[in-house]
Design a protein around this ligand. Structure first.
Ligand code: CA
Ligand code: CA
Length: 218
């Protein structure tokens, strides 16, 4: 009797082990699927955090009124000082910068003279290679290609953080929604720069298409 009871116990244990194995296998499958979705989402979050860090660290070391992002490290990676630079797959992010002002002599900050994005007013570009680990997005693309995840940093973002959230409120502005106020026309304007002329109380917008200041107010 005791022997038979033990057999039932063993059978129950085997069945339970089988169910447990099936559940674990299913869980493993879903963990794999969810893993990649989560990694995509986590990578997006990481890009946002790195953008915040880059904006915090942006500066104007050559005092030409343009804030520059920290220059990319060799192989177009995020500089070590940022403290983060990998996506959720553990791969290095692609990072490229652009200096809107005169090419900056300070090697720590952006000094590129060729644009890194076909999109307007972009200071920097961060791209996760995605699950496939292949960089499909290049400098001709306006949006991320394949499974890449891209985040661009605009001139306006840097200006708004640095000018309105920091202590440099007296610095000349070059944001999307703010005008430079001066008696003489600003040097090195970019497409869409607004200038309020104190000498004749007139608002202008710079247009790179014809290289002229277009009068907005009469
Ligand atoms: Ca500068
Ligand atoms: Ca990819």
């Amino acid at each position: 009797m005791k022997k038979g009871f033990m057999l039932v116990e063993v059978m129950v244990a085997i069945i339970m082990a089988g169910i447990l194995a099936a559940v674990l296998a299913t869980m493993g499958y879903y963990t794999l699927i969810q893993g990649n979705t989560l990694k995509q989402q986590n990578s997006k979050t990481m890009l946002e955090v790195i953008r915040s860090r880059l904006l915090e660290l942006a500066a104007d070391p050559d005092s030409d009124s343009y804030f520059e992002l920290l220059k990319e490290d060799t192989n177009s990676t995020v500089p070590v000082v940022v403290g983060l630079g990998k996506d959720a797959w553990g791969r290095n992010l692609f990072y490229a910068t652009y200096d809107f002002g005169d090419a900056n002599g300070n090697a720590t900050y952006a000094q590129n003279t060729t644009s890194i994005s076909p999109n307007n007013n972009i200071l920097g570009r961060l791209v996760s290679l995605g699950e496939d680990g292949v960089l499909q997005t290049d400098a001709t693309h306006t949006i991320a290609q394949g499974d890449d995840i891209m985040l661009e940093i605009g001139v306006g973002e840097t200006n708004h953080l640095k000018l309105y959230n920091g202590s440099e409120v007296t610095t000349q502005t070059r944001g999307y929604n703010s005008a430079i106020v001066s008696a003489t026309e600003p040097a090195s304007p970019i497409h869409g720069t607004l200038w309020y002329s104190e000498s004749n109380s007139t608002l202008y917008m710079y247009n790179t298409t014809d290289g002229n200041w277009t009068q907005i107010t009469p």
